[in-house]
Design a protein around this ligand. Structure first.
Ligand SMILES: N[C@@H](CCC[C@H](N)C(=O)O)C(=O)O
Length: 283
């Protein structure tokens, strides 16, 4: 399935039990475009004690992340389409917290659009985590040195960490150069997702992402949420107003509301389904 081209392999773990120690390797294996299926990572859906279902997300490099916005919309669609959950509003447990997703089926009953209440952004340096921060509270306009040059970033956690850089022209954003260097920068002990944002107006921005553990992807839902929060913190957008975010794979609509919750609305699509026989288990 994919959300705006951010593509994952989804496994229904209500039906199958996978070995914990195999998961990271399985993510690397299925994500490989040449020797696997090809994706930005692996997502597992299973039962939860505290929500309607649980989502776990592994990046392409096998690292486990705590949240995934595009993945959440796909999980909600899958759960509704395959009747795992028979209600339109459902709660999903992630390692980054519990979120609430609402599916919007069309007249034929198929879910094309999903809204997710992503909860509150987090700003404390230890929650992100980021070190050497020179300010209390939201981390805005924070200097970071890369190759002896200073850059300004805003740092936000949406359950997973994001460093946002504002640029004048999205086409010239240093995605391939600054992206990997900031991702692995020593100030981010757990690495970080890196986003570039060109503000068009208060309610519109362009966005590109270098994802932790996956590199350049077509879209990042948590990243788009973090970008809108960063835009409000920098005085470029207004709290309570919906912002249209243009990603490489299409548009998301994000609102940081007066209750401090971030809402994400966007599409989710199924590509195909089937059985994957692991190479080393084939008979
Ligand atoms: N693409 C996702 C985020 C996936 C996890 C991320 N790479 C991380 O390591 O935190 C999204 O849509 O949010």
């Amino acid at each position: 399935m994919h959300g705006l081209g951010n593509q994952y392999i989804f496994i229904n773990c209500f039906d199958v039990k996978l070995e914990e120690k195999e998961l990271s390797l399985l993510a690397v294996e299925v994500s490989d475009i040449y020797t696997g299926i090809g994706s930005d990572g692996l997502i597992l859906m299973g039962p939860s004690d505290v929500a309607d279902l649980q989502m776990r997300i592994f990046n392409k490099d096998g690292s486990e992340a705590k949240n995934c916005g595009n993945g959440l919309r796909c999980v909600a669609k899958y759960a509704y389409d395959y009747n795992l959950i028979s209600k339109k509003v459902m709660t999903i447990e992630t390692l980054g917290g519990i979120v609430q997703a609402t599916v919007h089926p069309d007249d034929a009953g198929s879910v094309l659009l999903v809204t997710v209440d992503m909860g509150k952004p987090r700003f404390q340096a230890e929650q992100i985590p980021v070190t050497g921060v020179s300010q209390e509270g939201p981390i805005v306009g924070e200097k970071i040195e890369v190759d002896s040059e200073n850059h300004e970033m805003t740092v936000v956690s949406m359950g997973n960490p994001h460093a946002i850089f504002f640029v004048d022209d999205i086409e010239d954003a240093p995605l391939m150069t600054l992206g990997p260097k900031v991702e692995k920068h020593e100030r981010f002990p757990e690495s970080v997702n890196v986003e570039f944002v060109q503000q068009v107006s208060g309610d519109e921005l362009h966005f590109r992402v270098w994802e932790r553990g996956s590199g350049v992807t077509q879209a990042c839902g948590t990243g788009a949420c973090a970008a809108v929060v960063a835009s409000v913190l920098n005085g470029l957008s207004n709290k309570g107003e919906e912002v249209q975010v243009h990603l490489a794979g299409g548009d998301l609509y994000i609102t940081w509301d007066e209750r401090d919750h971030v809402w994400m609305k966007g599409p989710a699509e199924t590509i195909c389904e089937g059985t994957y026989y692991r190479k080393n288990q084939r008979k």
